[in-house]
Write a protein that binds this ligand. Structure first.
Ligand code: DGY
Length: 328
């Protein structure tokens, strides 16, 4: 801990006081009073200057050799306020003996609820509907009973790609809507009997048979760009694609082409690449592509739980104890 009397936590996000109370009793936490995200460069330079014992960050900051070099060998622990770990080079952290904590479990319900919202909003054409309400189109097509007609979850085939905690919860919530089948594909076949009624199928079958294909997987180098035109071409033309995983899972140019050329009917995305998506991005020009700004875990209660768990991870790491939610 160098010559400091208390450990120093470098903090790259805006934090409410209560969830980090215990952490602040034991250490100094650098204040962060802006609502804008610190850039990667800002964080690297700040940790180079401050030589912290711990770093509190979110998915917006990449933890790589460069950041770890800048922070220095006194760095004991990194707490990422996320369940996703694709921004963290875990091997590099392990090699240097830097503990990493993350936030599995505490956000599952919120992410699953938002996923259901995204499915419903996409299936029932909320983007087009909101436009019609504001641009005066509403009421101009009274005789057309099929105007603004979407699709039901009931009697549909739902496919879940990545049946971890979040995918399982999504499947469970979806069951209440009465889909005819829930299919899933994951790295391994899961023992879900008793919890959900879901059928393990190959990726090919998932893609071909789903009416609603939901990606809830974690991101890894093998699945980057997996959802490309060769996948969208195989999907039903009436199918919709929902992504709450990571934007890089999808080849967005291909998704644009698939939506534009009616290879699939609609997409609902909580995640994009990059984030934020440039406001002139062509996906945003499509009426059948609903995009929200990566808000699946964004409820007050959940974010506070995630912050608290991140603080607890850091506290344990600083004390040399086992982290409550270790990633390495
Ligand atoms: C996570 O925790 O990884 C969510 O995607 C929010 O960033």
């Amino acid at each position: 801990m160098s010559e400091r009397s208390r450990p120093l936590v470098f903090n790259a996000v805006l934090l409410p006081r209560e969830p980090i109370r215990e952490l602040t009793e034991y250490c100094d936490v650098t204040p962060w009073d802006s609502t804008t995200t610190m850039s990667q460069h800002d964080v690297v330079e700040a940790v180079r200057r401050l030589k912290p014992d711990a770093i509190f960050l979110s998915t917006k900051i990449v933890v790589d050799a460069k950041l770890l070099d800048a922070a220095g060998p006194q760095l004991k622990v990194i707490g990422t306020c996320s369940v996703g770990l694709d921004h963290v080079d875990l091997d590099e952290c392990k090699r240097r003996g830097v503990a990493v904590g993350y936030t599995p479990g505490v956000l599952t319900d919120s992410v699953a609820e938002n996923t259901i919202g995204l499915i419903l909003a996409t299936a029932r054409k909320y983007k087009q509907g909101l436009t019609a309400v504001t641009d005066g189109t509403w009421g101009t097509r009274n005789a057309d009973l099929l105007w603004m007609c979407g699709s039901d979850i009931k009697n549909s085939t739902v496919g879940i790609f990545g049946l971890g905690r979040i995918g399982t919860r999504v499947a469970k919530l979806l069951q209440a809507f009465g889909p005819s089948r829930i299919l899933y594909n994951s790295r391994t076949k899961k023992d879900v009997d008793g919890e959900i009624r879901a059928e393990y199928v190959s990726f090919e079958t998932l893609v071909r048979e789903s009416d609603i294909l939901v990606a809830t997987c974690s991101m890894n180098p093998e699945n980057e760009g997996l959802f490309d035109i060769s996948v969208f071409e195989k999907m039903k033309r009436s199918a919709m694609f929902i992504n709450v995983s990571r934007g890089v899972l999808v080849n967005q140019d291909d998704l644009y082409d698939a939506l534009k050329n009616d290879f699939i009917s609609a997409a609902g995305l909580d995640v994009t690449s990059p984030e934020p998506l440039p406001t002139n991005h062509r996906l945003l020009s499509l009426a059948n592509c609903l995009i929200v700004p990566h808000i699946s875990s964004a409820t007050q209660a959940t974010i506070c739980r995630m912050i608290k768990l991140t603080a607890d991870n850091i506290l344990a790491g600083l004390k040399g104890e086992k982290l409550p939610a270790p990633a390495v």
